[in-house]
Design a protein around this ligand. Structure first.
Ligand code: 2P0
Length: 327
C-alpha cells in the first residue's frame, strides 16, 4: 500500500475589516479586500493520509465520521491540491478542532487552512504559503487568511491566481487582543455564506459597503504598520457597524444582533468614555468581540465580568501562522 501523510495546524482569525460577499462563489472570490487578526488560542489540527487503496474521501471531525453530503468544500480543496500535484488517489482526513463552541468563533477558517496545509504537505512541498492561501480559500474565504500569523491582508483579486492573503505584520509586532463576550453558544440561524449572498443581492447599501471597505484597506495597513491602536480600533468598529447595516437594509431584512449584543456595544462605548480604550467588532452572529491593548486586558475583563458570567468571557492574543508539526 502506497500511503502519503501530511499534518498541519492552523489558527482561526477575526476580521478587522470584514469580508462580506463574493463576486464568484465557485472560486470564492470576494467583492472586497479584508484584513484580520490571527488568534493564538483557537486552532485546528488536521492529518491527511492519501492512499491508492481508498475508494472515496473520508472525513473524521473530532473522531466522528462526517456525512459525505457535508464534504463538498473539503472535496473541492482536495481536488485542487491533487490536480496541482498530479495525484489520483483518495484521502482520509482526521481533524481536531480546538475552537471551543463556548468561544463563539467560527472554525471554518482554521479548518480549511489546516486541511489545505496537511494535503499539500502530504503530496509535496508546503513552502509556498501564498499558494496555500489560494487553496485554503477554495474551502472557505476566511481560511485564506488563517495561513498567516499576526495581521493579514486578503487581496480580493479577480481570478484564482490573484486572490490570496499575505502577512502585514507578525504576531510579535502588534499589541492587539480580543475578548469575546459569548452571548449565544448556539449555531447561527443565517450562515455567513447565505447571509452575505442575500445581502449582496438585495441591499441597496451593498455597493457602498464594497467601496468603503476597499477605501479603508490602505488606512488599516498603515495603522497596523504604525501600531496605532486607536486608528485600528476605529476602523474595525466602523467596518463591523457597516457590515451589519447591510443586513438590516437587505430584503427581507435580518440581523445577527440579539438584545445583549446592543447591551455589549453600549458597554464598550461606556468603558471607552471612562478612559479605557477599547472597540467592538461583531461577525455573523450575536457575540461581541472587544479589542484592547495588553495593558488593559485585566481591566476590560473585570468590567464585563460585572455584566456577564466569567465563562462568557474568552481572551485571545495574536496567533502564529500555519505549522506542519504538532509542537
Ligand atoms: C470575515 N466572515 O471576514 C467575515 C465577517 C463572517 C463575518 O468570513 O462562504 O465562512 O465559506 O467563504 O469564510 C465568514 O465567512 O464564508 C466570514 P465562505 P466564511 O471573517
Amino acid at each position: 500500500m502506497n500511503e502519503k501523510h501530511g499534518f498541519a495546524r492552523a489558527h482561526t482569525n477575526i476580521a478587522l475589516l470584514k469580508y462580506w460577499g463574493k463576486i464568484n462563489s465557485d472560486l470564492i472570490l470576494p467583492a472586497n479586500d479584508s484584513i484580520s487578526l490571527t488568534l493564538d488560542k483557537f486552532y485546528t489540527d488536521t492529518e491527511v493520509t492519501f492512499s491508492d487503496e481508498y475508494t472515496s474521501n473520508l472525513f473524521y471531525l473530532n473522531h466522528q465520521l462526517i456525512d459525505v453530503k457535508k464534504m463538498q468544500r473539503i472535496n473541492r480543496v482536495l481536488e485542487a491540491v491533487k490536480s496541482e500535484f498530479g495525484y489520483q488517489g483518495f484521502a482520509k482526513i482526521e481533524s481536531e478542532n480546538h475552537v471551543p463552541t463556548a468561544a463563539g468563533l467560527a472554525s471554518s477558517a482554521s479548518g480549511m487552512a489546516a486541511l489545505a496545509g496537511a494535503a499539500v504537505s502530504a503530496l509535496g512541498s508546503h513552502t509556498d504559503l501564498t499558494n496555500l492561501s489560494r487553496l485554503a480559500r477554495l474551502g472557505s474565504g476566511s481560511a485564506s487568511r488563517s495561513v498567516f500569523g499576526g495581521i493579514v491582508h486578503w487581496h480580493r483579486g479577480y481570478d484564482h491566481q490573484s486572490s490570496f492573503a499575505e502577512q502585514i505584520v507578525s504576531e510579535d509586532q502588534i499589541d492587539l487582543n480580543m475578548i469575546t463576550i459569548v452571548i449565544d453558544r448556539r449555531q447561527k440561524k443565517v450562515k455567513s455564506t447565505l447571509g452575505m449572498q442575500h445581502t449582496a443581492s438585495t441591499s441597496p447599501f451593498y455597493p457602498a459597503w464594497v467601496e468603503a471597505t476597499n477605501q479603508a484597506i490602505p488606512e488599516m495597513i498603515s495603522a497596523v504598520q504604525n501600531n496605532d491602536f486607536t486608528k485600528i480600533g476605529e476602523l474595525a468598529e466602523h467596518s463591523a457597524a457597516m457590515m451589519h447595516a447591510t443586513t438590516l437594509s437587505s430584503k427581507p431584512a435580518f440581523t445577527y444582533f440579539a438584545p445583549e449584543t446592543i447591551q455589549a456595544i453600549k458597554l464598550v462605548e461606556q468603558l471607552r468614555e471612562s478612559g479605557i480604550e477599547c472597540y467592538y467588532t461583531i461577525d455573523a452572529g450575536p457575540n461581541v468581540k472587544v479589542l484592547c491593548q495588553s495593558k488593559n486586558i485585566t481591566r476590560v475583563k473585570r468590567f464585563f465580568a460585572s455584566y456577564f458570567d466569567q465563562d462568557q468571557l474568552v481572551v485571545a492574543k495574536p496567533g502564529s501562522g500555519i505549522k506542519f508539526t504538532k509542537n
